[in-house]
Design a protein around this ligand. Structure first.
Ligand SMILES: Cc1cc2nc3c(=O)[nH]c(=O)nc-3n(C[C@H](O)[C@H](O)[C@H](O)COP(=O)(O)OP(=O)(O)OC[C@H]3O[C@@H](n4cnc5c(N)ncnc54)[C@H](O)[C@@H]3O)c2cc1C
Length: 622
């Protein structure tokens, strides 16, 4: 019934969809097996993409030729560039999306991708022989063969849902849990563990009083995620979000449910996301806080359903409802669906190689929540990388690995593999040491060419990047050569409270002044306006960032060079750590388990001290 495939992707969540698209676009014949084809690219939690650090990841996925950026742009109902008041390293795009449109666009995009076949069934096990995976076995008993398999099971592996004292199996509410895979992998020597996450109740927007809330408008300019020209909504069409707050009364009401809370009664085994806690966790941990902010977010264009961001909970439904009705604007609210918590199996990611192939079983790749991460963006980027690497493995080519200095995706995978995770891992800008280099505005400059050379990013993408690169160089040269007389710019300098020029100065030098920007200079100084006519906004902005932040960028580049010296020191594959008696026990255990490839990698493993690295270095003759 089934031909033999190059790649089988198990699960059509954010990771699975990107994995299937990437492998297929590189030329592999792909089968996407998922339990329910109606839930392809389902947003399990809030209908939003991007945000701090996550926005950078979506831009990187797009730069590499993934679909998440395009689909997010096509389905957004609101756009905001967060952190605009800070330096560009911190700018992070974020969208509110139409949940159903997002999923529909993903399915459409996959159906239009040549080389992707679909099959709806639950994968119950893997075909493994001599330490190599060569296919899957489904619930209906089909054995389907492939050169490599990517597992992206999300929260479905032995998932258990909790609402108050009710508890039932499920991968998401109203969807079955997946069984069989964990048990088989454990029997093959994999370690698995439990994590948990939660989601808030969904409310009927017609029952809310928005006059009691603060309106949160979208930006006046919509930048979007994709570097391609994707048609987006007009700023005026955007839907607003709203802000309201909990209060002491709300907290008191929530506390009445603590005795039936799965979290406080110890009925949930897994660790939850520290940075995205449930409301009961927040009022418990931050008891001194009088109120917590709630974001009231529409779920789409044609629905009245509302997502109450910040009110994730697994308390009993009656308590959820009573507490919500004490929130300003929610006095008469009607509930569509209660909030719930879910716990599920994951596989500590220290069991993976940088390609996301497992160490124990060759040609088997893991991506997404199965690796202990949380978030659509974190899942999608792993899916993309696993899809690329599964394709490369099937073609017997070298893996594609991104360094920490090249992409947030590199930081994420490096963290997972070297540090593992004991709680759901999400990305933050603080996890990246080279933030000035890893900006959302330059992901295309950083990554597209590499992807193009590998056969993933399209010709169109590559041409756009080349144009941008050339344009930036030209703008920088123009500004370096263009002399501005004091009287030509005096009005602008006065307006910006900047000291007047005493003699002519190069435009490049003037742009370095705080408060001055390239667009004002272009608009108000005719000579500059003429010289820069013909460059688009994105290219001008890029040139400005590179000019203004040149010193910081250079500093980070220097640091990258220094750090890469350790990255170049390769540790022999079968290195015997038992020989190094002065290593700490913890370091020896971790080195044996993770088997770092370089001294750089060894230095980043959690529990390894600089002294351990020094011992290694001395032994290796440095
Ligand atoms: C209740 C809940 C709350 C969440 N809250 C947040 C949050 O607040 N913030 C946040 O950032 N993230 C949150 N998440 C996480 C976010 O949804 C996930 O990180 C993201 O969706 C993971 O993507 P994924 O592709 O790894 O898996 P998923 O999106 O879970 O997709 C898994 C896919 O695999 C399929 N599948 C599973 N097992 C099998 C099998 N054996 N055979 C065939 N198909 C299979 C499923 O049908 C599904 O299509 C939440 C998730 C849930 C469920």
């Amino acid at each position: 019934m089934f031909p033999s495939y190059d790649i089988i992707v198990v699960g059509a969540g954010h990771a699975g969809c990107e994995a299937a698209a990437a492998a297929a676009n590189m030329g592999s014949k792909v089968l996407l097996v998922t339990m329910n084809m109606q839930t392809i690219a389902q947003m399990s939690c809030n209908p939003a993409m991007g945000g701090i650090a996550k926005g950078q990841i979506v831009r990187e996925i797009d730069a590499l030729g993934g679909y998440s950026g395009i689909i997010t742009d096509q389905s957004m109902i609101q756009f905001r560039m967060l952190n605009r008041s800070k330096g560009p390293a911190m700018w992070s795009p974020r969208t509110q999306n139409d949940r159903m449109l997002f999923a529909a666009k993903w399915r459409e995009a996959l159906e239009k991708t040549p080389n992707v076949d679909f099959y709806q069934d639950m994968v119950k096990g893997l075909l493994v022989k001599d330490g190599r995976c060569y296919g899957v076995v489904t619930g209906l008993g089909h054995e389907i063969k492939a050169k490599a398999v990517v597992l992206t099971n999300g929260t479905f592996l032995n998932g258990v849902i909790h609402i108050g004292d009710k508890q039932f199996g499920g991968g998401r509410v109203a969807e079955k849990a997946a069984t069989g895979i964990t048990e088989q992998l454990v029997s093959l020597g994999f370690e698995s563990d439990r994590l948990k996450t939660g989601t808030p109740p969904r409310i009927d927007g017609r029952s809310l009083d928005y006059s009691k809330m603060e309106e949160q408008l979208g930006d006046e300019e919509i930048v979007g995620f994709s570097y391609l020209d994707v048609e987006k909504i007009k700023p005026a069409q955007q839907r607003s979000c709203w802000i309201t707050y909990t209060s002491d009364a709300v907290h008191e009401m929530l506390r009445t449910g603590f005795d039936r809370s799965p979290m406080f009664q110890g009925r949930i085994q897994g660790t939850g996301p520290r940075y995205c806690p449930s409301i009961e966790d927040k009022i418990n941990r931050f008891a001194e806080r009088e109120r917590h902010q709630l974001f009231v977010e529409p779920e789409g264009w044609d629905t009245v359903e509302i997502y109450v961001n910040g009110f994730s909970t697994s308390l009993p439904e009656d308590v959820q409802m009573k507490a919500l009705r004490l929130v300003p604007g929610f006095e008469n609210c009607r509930m569509f669906r209660p909030g719930y918590a879910i716990e599920y199996d994951f596989f500590p990611p220290t069991q993976l190689q940088f390609s996301l192939e497992t160490k124990q079983v060759q040609n088997l790749f893991f991506a997404g929540q199965i690796n202990g991460t949380t978030g659509y963006e974190e899942a999608a980027c792993q899916g993309l990388m696993a899809g690329i690497n599964a394709h490369l493995k099937a073609k017997e080519e070298a893996p594609f690995v991104l360094k920490r200095s090249e992409a947030y995706i590199g930081v994420l995978i490096d963290d997972l593999i070297n540090k593992g995770t004991e709680e759901p891992y999400r990305m933050f800008t603080s996890r990246a040491e080279f933030r000035t280099l890893l900006r959302q505005d330059n992901a295309d400059l950083r990554l597209t060419e590499r992807s193009y050379k590998m056969g993933l990013a399209s010709e169109e993408r590559m041409q756009k990047v080349q144009q941008k690169k050339d344009g930036v160089t030209q703008i920088k040269n123009i500004l370096k050569e263009l002399s501005i007389e004091p009287e030509e710019i005096s009005a602008l300098l006065t307006e910006k409270s900047s000291a007047p020029l005493t003699q002519k100065q190069k435009a490049h030098q003037i742009l370095l002044r705080p408060g001055l920007d390239i667009f004002a200079m272009k608009d108000q100084v005719p000579k500059i306006g003429q010289a820069l006519a013909g460059f688009n906004k994105e290219t001008l902005e890029q040139a400005e960032i590179q000019i203004k932040y040149d010193v910081y960028i250079e500093k980070e580049n220097e640091l990258v060079k220094k750090m890469s010296q350790l990255e170049d020191l390769v540790i022999p594959e079968n290195f015997d750590y038992a020989k190094l008696v002065s290593l700490s026990n913890e370091a020896r255990q971790k080195f044996n388990k993770i088997r770092p490839h370089t001294l750089g990698q060894a230095s980043r493993i959690s529990g390894v001290n600089p002294s351990d690295v020094q011992i290694l270095m001395v032994y290796m003759g440095r």
